[in-house]
Design a protein around this ligand. Structure first.
Ligand SMILES: [Ca+2]
Length: 260
């Protein structure tokens, strides 16, 4: 299955376009101590440039305008995509193209992801698992970088960090085999697209934002990061696609955020 548009006017847009069970959360009671959660990366509050710079020749209109976004609260984001084993543990069935415990769950709709989160939150008592907002995803993916990819502007560097069309051989791969980004996220670019909580909008607002949650409504939800199906341009840190929230597509999975 290929990425395709839900609505004709977005056809071009789309054509182009563990958890660790029982992991304890240290709350960082000592000043300067960074909280930890096993299997998750801690993302501190801060401001970053979200979206594509005009200088990026691969940038699309719906990745602009680039503007400063502040995330006022820290959060934890999973170091790895949700695996098929984790999905099956919560949902009682495997979901994915290349079946195996350590492969990413994929072919999952946004609605399916909500059911998974509900199940997961019912299984574990402390804290809440949810999808990242689009801004949280991009901040974590950029990991302090302003380049096209977290590994620079040249897509030829991606092979060390990402599974994409050029090197994936037409299948997804077990999570965590490539090198992580600077904040410890594996496969944040490539392997499978990752659902975010936000509705897809045509453009970003033309102003700085704090804790943005995307448009109030929309025809689909935002997926990020590109997949084993895609060329490098879809793996740019600012690249985004919209997908109907009921659609189950190859190459689309998820990554968890955890709030203590
Ligand atoms: Ca990914």
């Amino acid at each position: 299955m290929t990425l395709r548009a839900l609505a004709p006017r977005f056809a071009l847009c789309l054509a182009l376009a563990a958890w660790v069970a029982g992991g304890a959360v240290a709350r960082g009671g000592e000043e300067g101590e960074t909280p930890t959660k096993a299997g998750f990366a801690y993302v501190p509050p801060g401001t970053f440039w979200m979206g594509s710079a005009d200088a990026d020749p691969g940038a699309e209109d719906w990745e602009k305008p680039r503007r400063p976004v502040t995330l006022s609260r820290p959060f934890f984001i999973a170091a790895r995509e949700v695996t098929q084993g984790e999905w099956a543990n919560a949902m009682g069935e495997y979901r994915g193209q290349a079946r195996g415990e350590d492969y990413p769950a994929e072919g999952i709709s946004w609605d399916d992801a909500q059911a998974f989160l509900e199940r997961l939150n019912g299984m574990e008592g402390n804290g809440t698992y949810r999808l990242p907002t689009e801004a949280e995803w991009e901040r974590a993916a950029r990991a302090g970088t302003d380049s096209v990819y977290f590994c620079g502007d040249d897509s030829r560097a991606l092979g060390r960090y990402a599974w994409l069309k050029d090197n994936a051989g037409g299948v997804s791969h077990p999570v965590g085999l490539k090198e992580p980004n600077p904040w410890g996220l594996y496969d944040v670019l490539g392997n499978v697209w990752e659902w975010t909580a936000d509705y897809f909008g045509d453009f970003y607002p033309d102003n700085a934002e704090t804790d943005p949650k995307g448009p109030e409504s929309g025809w689909g939800r935002v997926t990020r990061g590109g997949s084993w199906l895609n060329d490098a341009r879809f793996l740019r840190s600012a690249a985004r696609a919209g997908t109907g929230q009921g659609e189950r597509r190859d190459g689309v999975g998820l990554r968890l955020v955890f709030e203590p």
